[in-house]
Design a protein. Structure first.
Length: 366
């Protein structure tokens, strides 16, 4: 049986710089190519009616600035099978998340895309249940986020203790949980604290821009709250004695970046909003893949999977970090246990097996 030919429709060229695109689309497509599948990308912007005569399956995800439905309907009329991928609970985005306003307007669009698809792929069981609840779609398949283990090389484990966090731009509320603890711990312990990501600019440059926005005013209530919290987090950065910020790199470079910052302890503070419940454990996978011991909030999605969790209270985070700081053997054993727990189950080869099955089953229907 020949393998189906698949095209993914990007909204625009900027999507290539998206972490979500890298994790949900690019990594699996690279693995599919290695298996002999014919996969490619088409740009929606400026080409809404891109013809895909030779393709069997057309894949969409998230939302589009252009009218994706005209493109989707045309491809359906040509007999193409439609896959729609969703990696976030768009129905419960917190108000302080900058994406809240955008997705508030795009919910109907996303529901429509789900309903039109032949199958919807999601990253977690909780997100699958949300799609089943919020849409008319009944064919929802779980394709977990995976790690290309050949790219995530074990960290060099240099001298000197390093504690840190790596992630996207919508986590100021999460980081605020832990920063006061970090500031206090540095009074008694010698370690470097590293933030990787959060902004594309150096953090102090972004702090300057944030302050200008607040001074100039004319912000919506939601934007004012978000920018205020950013500024509060940046003020705490200034109080950290041994602090380093590593801005965003292109998402394909992230494996080498997380390897290079060489964290002994990776923190995963999370507020625990309903939105968080449907997330994957991607950050835990990334830390574990390079040999970093992780400590996380005892909240979904991490509470049932992460080996070392603490309640979202100051004393609990402080006590947990002290134990990991003082006990190098515990850190090393934890890192080894995490790796055995997660891999190869969450390797990109294993998770792409599930995606390949979705495509193969659709391909046989054509």
């Amino acid at each position: 049986m020949s393998k189906p030919k698949i095209s993914y429709i990007l909204d625009n060229f900027a999507e290539f710089q998206s972490g979500c695109f890298e994790v949900r689309i690019n990594r699996p497509f690279i693995e599919l190519k290695d298996r002999g599948y014919d996969v490619d990308y088409k740009i929606m912007k400026g080409h809404p009616y891109t013809d895909l005569d030779e393709r069997d399956i057309v894949m969409y995800s998230r939302y589009y600035g252009s009218d994706a439905f005209r493109s989707l309907w045309r491809h359906k009329s040509m007999g193409k099978k439609i896959v729609y991928d969703l990696d976030d609970d768009v129905w419960n985005i917190p108000k302080l998340n900058p994406a809240h306003a955008t997705y508030k307007e795009k919910k109907k669009h996303i529901v429509g895309m789900c309903n039109e698809a032949d199958v919807v792929t999601v990253s977690t069981e909780r997100l699958k249940n949300m799609v089943l609840q919020k849409t008319e779609q009944e064919n929802v398949k779980i394709v977990p986020n995976g790690i290309p283990l050949d790219k995530f090389i074990k960290r060099p484990n240099k001298k000197g203790l390093r504690i840190g966090w790596a992630g996207g731009s919508n986590h100021y509320e999460d980081l605020d949980i832990i920063l006061d603890v970090i500031i206090e711990l540095q009074e008694d312990y010698d370690f470097e604290f590293i933030i990787q990501g959060l902004t594309g600019a150096p953090w102090d440059a972004d702090a300057y821009s944030t302050n200008m926005k607040l001074q100039r005013g004319d912000l919506s209530e939601t934007e004012l709250a978000f920018q205020t919290q950013k500024m509060e987090v940046y003020e705490k950065f200034r109080k950290i004695k041994n602090f380093r910020h590593v801005p965003f790199y292109p998402p394909e470079m992230f494996p080498s970046v997380i390897h290079g910052i060489d964290l002994d302890i990776g923190i995963i503070p999370i507020k625990g909003h309903v939105f968080d419940h449907s997330k994957s454990i991607l950050k835990y996978l990334e830390y574990s893949a390079v040999g970093t011991a992780a400590i996380a909030s005892k909240k979904h999605p991490y509470k049932d999977d992460v080996l070392y969790t603490v309640k979202n209270k100051y004393t609990d985070w402080k006590e947990g970090l002290i134990e990991l700081i003082e006990n190098e053997e515990l850190r090393d054993n934890l890192a080894k246990q995490q790796y055995k727990q997660l891999f190869p189950k969450y390797s990109i080869k294993k998770t792409t097996d599930k995606l390949a099955k979705v495509y193969d089953e659709l391909g046989t229907e054509n």
